[in-house]
Design a protein around this ligand. Structure first.
Ligand code: FAD
Length: 365
């Protein structure tokens, strides 16, 4: 029986596991399978630069200090020239390494959890052929963004409709997904928002107001569903709406995106595109198996966030959820590295508090 079982090897899972390790809880951390890791945000984020403290200069300055102290001044220009980016995968890998080398109270396993059940003492789950039991569970199984399907000619000259065409540019931070995290990269440049809803309109307005972008909305063949008020503001901001399907990308191989092509409309030259198509999925199956309360009543089940309170606890006692899969009623949704971490700390500290309270109560019996 573990004190806590953490499901999900992304940022929320890592923050939960580290806090669990440091609080001395007896824990199992399940990282996910190769397949579900690939579709998670932990693999998608290439460079974190909106968080205080996550910056390459911190590393560079320390290396340079060491080089100077050891009279290795010739090496300093090499360090200065290097780009030490920090991404989600590195944070997770580093957490695994820290736990494996520094803490024996946390067991780490690979694999996808398919079944989660409530028992008299807590929870039980199946992983491969084994059954594990825990007093509490922390879920951090994440979400997946909807991707634009773009028609483009493949190497054989055949037209192929697929989201895969934009992936190389997403890896190079030219196709973006998170305005809070990456919006600043577009400052004073041109950007296309791929979307058709009021949210796409809001993102376009924000790009103009914050970063002075020249913005176009590409609905990729979908009829725009944008309120009259927003349409008036978009007009004042000179935001063009192109409703034709995208038919090809303008690019230098897969190195640099230069814009989009259409059948009838003139090609659009832009340096950045921001995808605003909502969520493809919230990975909420395990919470649903326990009938945990979900938010977003008007959405299909697989797109609904898991309701949590200020302690990151779901409607089921002892079942906690953190990170992108969650939503609170009392604050706007924040799908960020630092919010996943904050929610994780609240969950694990609550579990720890309850465990210690139980120990004391038992002593008094
Ligand atoms: C392109 C992009 C750029 C971003 N940039 C930034 C940024 O610069 N700064 C910032 O603060 N935020 C950024 N974000 C947001 C940030 O990446 C997310 O908020 C964060 O990764 C959420 O962590 P999570 O733990 O909720 O989910 P994820 O990191 O997606 O992790 C989910 C984990 O759950 C596992 N899993 C799923 N199902 C199961 C199962 N059944 N059993 C076991 N394991 C399972 C997966 O394998 C995966 O390891 C960005 C997001 C995107 C898409």
């Amino acid at each position: 029986m573990f004190d806590v079982i953490i499901i999900g090897g992304g940022i929320g899972g890592s923050a939960s596991a580290l806090r669990t390790a440091q609080n001395g809880l007896n824990a199992l951390w399940i990282l996910g399978s190769k397949k579900n890791r690939k579709r998670s945000r932990s693999q998608w984020v290439m460079n974190l630069d909106n968080i205080v403290g996550f910056h390459e200069d911190i590393i560079k300055n320390q290396i340079i200090k060491t080089l100077k102290r050891n009279k290795q001044d010739d090496a300093i220009p090499f360090v200065e020239k290097e780009h030490y980016h920090i991404n989600n995968r590195m944070l997770i890998q580093n957490t695994i390494q820290r736990i494996e080398t520094g803490f024996s109270n946390v067991t780490i396993m690979d694999g996808e959890v398919l079944q989660l059940a409530k028992t008299d003492f807590g929870f039980s789950l199946e992983l491969g052929d084994e059954i594990f039991e825990g007093n509490s569970i922390v879920l951090s199984t994440g979400v997946m963004d909807e991707q634009p399907h773009i028609l483009k000619q493949n190497k054989k000259g055949e037209w192929e409709e697929s989201p895969k065409w934009i992936y190389p540019f997403a890896n190079r931070e030219q196709v973006l997904y998170c305005i809070r995290c990456e919006g600043h990269l577009t400052t004073d440049d041109s950007a296309a928002v791929i979307g058709h809803s009021n949210v796409a309109a809001e993102i376009s307005m924000m790009l103009y107001e914050r970063y002075g972008n020249q913005v176009s909305i590409l609905t990729n063949g979908v009829t725009p569903d944008i309120s009259a008020n927003r349409l008036s503001i978009l007009k004042k901001y000179n935001v063009k709406i192109i409703s034709e399907p995208i038919k090809g990308l303008i690019s230098e191989g897969v190195k640099q995106l230069h814009g989009f092509e259409f059948e009838l409309h003139d090609p659009l030259k832009v340096k950045f595109a921001l995808v605003s198509l909502g969520l493809h999925r919230v990975y909420n199956n395990l919470a649903r198996q326990l009938n945990a309360r979900l938010m977003d009543e008007n959405q299909p089940e697989e797109k609904r966030h898991v309701w949590i309170n200020h302690k990151s606890e779901t409607s089921i006692d002892g079942l906690f959820a953190v990170g992108d899969m969650t939503k609170r009623e009392d604050e706007p949704m924040m799908k960020q590295v630092y919010t996943a971490q904050e929610y994780a700390v609240r969950a694990v500290d609550t579990i720890d508090f309850r465990r210690r309270k139980n120990i004391r109560n038992n002593l008094l019996i």
